[in-house]
Design a protein around this ligand. Structure first.
Ligand code: UGA
Length: 441
């Protein structure tokens, strides 16, 4: 099939490359010249494992191309909308500028029978509004939310847990029946469908809500365990053992019960805020009022990490060397949007510490946003003569490969604040370290 993907960021670039890899002819369209130039030459404009290989294969095969010209969408059977919906500056609601402008620019290129498939995360009600603009062209709008995780985006796109397609009111649609439209979406995702991946057909509102509900649930799970970490801190309990013990209950499950610095990134924080803003508009603020608490618990963990570092330095932070391990919001990503790691680093710098940050992938992005911090690609140089080591992003390089003995041979003082509860306190203490975890004694 011929497909177009509008918006080539973390979501769209992966979607375009993944769809080409399963045999479709795909054109990726983005307004950013530099991004398009990189993608066209088969190189990924951001770090995502497996993406460079997929891009270069796709481009070489002739099935994958990129352009800034929206006219290239003409002739595609399905047009995916994959532009960003960031948090509005100074407010909690999602900013729909990019979605609105993508649709407006796409309209003249739609033909009767085309499908527009929305993938961006949007406030419930958006699809119904966009359908009114799209359906007069004879094209059909479906809402097809994306559940990929950065770092596993290629795998999640090609082999998702489930596929969700929301459709509108058939009576308002010209050219195609719902059955026909759904069949086309199944043809798009033919490899996943062949594996019996659950394929759920809903209305627009449900499809939009599935996405935000999933992210709200994940955020709630993380903040729940971080709330338990706060109680553990007041009582001497160990939150990691608590998570293991409750996680064995199949109804609860251990995943996303990793207590520590909490969640960041371009999705969870802004999605729960946009959800509360939308619920307020719908007169249902109280239904998701708990998400404000989820957000607050999450942000308190960053304060806690900063306090631990200050206390570890006996309250005297000024000109102390703080080695910060990590800048990305999570491992296997160079994404620093709302990164808890960088937030902690910037606050410590603000307190007068000599902060040196290392990260395997995210230093360039971090330096653009926080030029006041010192960045060091070498882990050993970051650790050298440090007064305190702070683990904030649990890359394997810091979590598995770094031994307390090696780190101990480089630092000025053997003091570690483990913001991700990634180290074995027994091993680090045995090597002479003073160890502080998050919700661990
Ligand atoms: C999240 C969802 O997991 C995806 O399903 C969704 O598609 C995506 O948002 C999106 O809306 O686009 P992502 O932001 O890539 O994916 O990252 P996650 O793996 O969910 O991690 C989010 C944050 O939670 C990270 O900062 C991570 O360090 C933190 N986290 C995760 C914890 O603090 N504890 C945990 O146990 C797990």
């Amino acid at each position: 099939m011929r497909l177009s993907v509008i918006g080539c960021g973390y979501l769209g670039a992966v979607h375009a490359a993944a769809m080409a890899s399963i045999g479709h002819d795909v054109v990726g369209i983005d307004v950013d010249e530099a991004k398009v130039t990189a993608l066209r030459s088969g190189s990924a404009p951001f770090f995502e494992p497996g993406l460079p290989e997929l891009l270069s294969e796709g481009v070489a095969s002739g099935r994958l191309s990129f352009t800034t010209d929206m006219a290239a969408a003409s002739g595609s059977s399905v047009h995916f909308l994959a532009v960003g919906t960031p948090q509005t500056a100074g407010a909690h609601a999602a900013d729909l500028t990019y979605v609105n402008s993508a649709v407006e620019q796409l309209l003249p290129h739609l033909r009767p029978g085309d499908i527009v498939a929305g993938k961006s995360t949007v406030p419930v009600g958006t699809a119904a509004r966009l359908a009114e603009l799209i359906e007069p062209t004879g094209a059909t709008l479906v809402w097809n939310p994306e559940f990929l995780r950065e770092g596993w985006a290629v795998e999640d796109t090609i082999d998702p847990d489930r596929l969700v397609v929301g459709t509108g009111d058939a009576s308002s649609r010209g050219a195609r029946s719902t059955t026909d439209v759904i069949q086309t979406m199944k043809d798009v995702y033919h490899t996943a469908v062949a594996k019996d991946t659950p394929f759920i057909v809903t209305d627009y509102a449900t499809a939009e809500l599935v996405k935000v509900a999933a992210n709200a649930f994940l955020a709630t799970k993380i903040s729940f365990i971080n709330a338990m970490a706060e109680i553990a801190e007041a009582t001497g309990a160990d939150v990691t053992q608590l998570a293991d013990a409750i996680g064995y209950d199949g109804r609860i499950g251990r995943r996303f019960l990793g207590a520590g610095l909490g969640f960041g990134g371009g999705c969870l924080p802004k999605d729960i805020r946009a959800f509360t803003a939308r619920a307020e508009e719908l007169g249902r603020a109280e239904s998701v009022a708990f998400l404000r608490e989820i957000d607050a618990i999450n942000l308190r963990r960053r304060d806690r990490a900063v306090d631990l570092v200050v206390n570890a330095l006996d309250g005297v932070v000024f000109q102390k060397k703080v080695a910060v391990l990590g800048a990305a919001f999570k491992p296997h990503s160079d994404d620093i949007r709302d990164s808890p790691a960088l937030d902690v680093a910037a606050r410590l710098k603000g307190l007068g510490a000599d902060v040196v940050v290392t990260d395997p992938q995210a230093l360039e992005n971090a330096a653009r946003v926080h030029p006041q911090l010192t960045y060091e690609p070498s882990l050993d140089e970051t650790l050298r003569d440090a007064d305190v080591v702070v683990l904030v992003t649990e890359w394997d390089e810091y979590r598995r490969q770094l031994t307390p003995e090696h780190a101990g041979s480089l630092v000025a003082q053997r003091v570690v604040v483990d913001g991700r509860n990634s180290y074995d306190p027994v091993a680090w203490r045995a090597a002479g370290w003073t160890y502080y975890g998050m919700g661990r004694p």
